[in-house]
Ligand binder design. Structure first.
Ligand code: DGL
Length: 265
């Protein structure tokens, strides 16, 4: 079967449970599609890794998703989208959707002047959000801020612990000193922390790019004649590179994952 077959699955990958926030939105937008998710839990957090390491991990994951016959792969990870997408984008036959580049135009079109971005160290260091947004709106002021502990808090299910709440509050206060009109959750793990963030400020202040990304994926698949048209029952498969039980528990807040298989490359 050719890879670009409309009835083949859509792949997703991230360093862990974060990409499930994207899968959830894509599933709402394209409920009939089949999904294969890979969480690279052996190497989480990606935000502290070098470009070479991220290229290395992504190569194995993308080869795996290619073998699974994915017609498209959603890079449900801001860190890889920001740092390595340009290096790898032409190496695969499937459609590849990086989160940052896919949502930048919509973010740039919002009627605001001051936008905050919460993201990982690597995403902020790459400057990808500012670069991509400024391509469409040179007047937007973009304030990027790295949140060193947030991925660890999410992966270890520690968001309700007192120490975590105080870390999140102090990171939020630092961002608020820039007076942003909106704050983008520029790491797919961060929507897990909305219950904590919204103890201090209104939910309306935050943008989860997953919704925009899901619409972008849908529009592009429709335009390319690649949406599923068979009546076979919908399926979802989940794979991780370590700790499947921890993944299942961590995912619970956002997504009910039944079966997770461990794959070692
Ligand atoms: N969830 C990913 C992102 O959107 C990676 C976070 C990490 O592992 O540091 O950037």
């Amino acid at each position: 079967m050719s890879i670009l077959n409309m009835n083949n699955p859509i792949g997703f990958f991230d360093s862990g449970v974060g990409g499930l926030t994207v899968l959830k939105e894509v599933k709402k937008t394209l409920p009939n599609e089949d999904f294969i998710y890979f969480g690279d839990t052996l190497h989480v957090p990606y935000g502290d890794k070098t470009k070479e390491e991220l290229i290395d991990y992504s190569k194995n994951i993308l080869k795996f998703l290619e073998k699974k016959g994915c017609k498209a792969v959603v890079m449900a990870c801001n860190t890889t989208s920001s740092t390595i997408y340009e290096d790898i984008k032409d190496k695969y036959n499937f459609k590849l959707y990086p989160v940052v580049q896919s949502v930048a135009k919509i973010l740039a079109g919002l009627d605001i002047e001051r936008m905050g971005i919460f993201a990982t160290k690597a995403t902020i260091a790459s400057g990808a959000y500012s670069k991509e947004i400024l391509k469409f709106n040179s007047k937007m002021q973009v304030f990027g801020q790295y949140c060193p502990n947030w991925v660890r808090i999410v992966e270890n299910n520690l968001s309700n612990n007192i120490e975590s709440v105080s870390i999140i509050k102090s990171d939020l206060e630092r961002m608020l000193s820039n007076a942003p009109q909106k704050i983008v959750l520029g790491c797919t793990h961060y929507p897990y922390l909305l219950p904590v963030l919204t103890k201090f400020v209104s939910k309306d202040l935050f943008i989860d790019p997953a919704e925009y990304l899901a619409q972008f994926v849908k529009d592009d698949l429709v335009k390319s004649g690649l949406t599923k048209n068979s009546n076979t029952p919908h399926f979802e498969e989940f794979y991780v590179s370590a700790n499947p039980d921890k993944f299942k528990t961590g995912a619970k807040v956002f997504y009910e994952v039944d079966n997770v298989s461990e794959i070692i490359f």
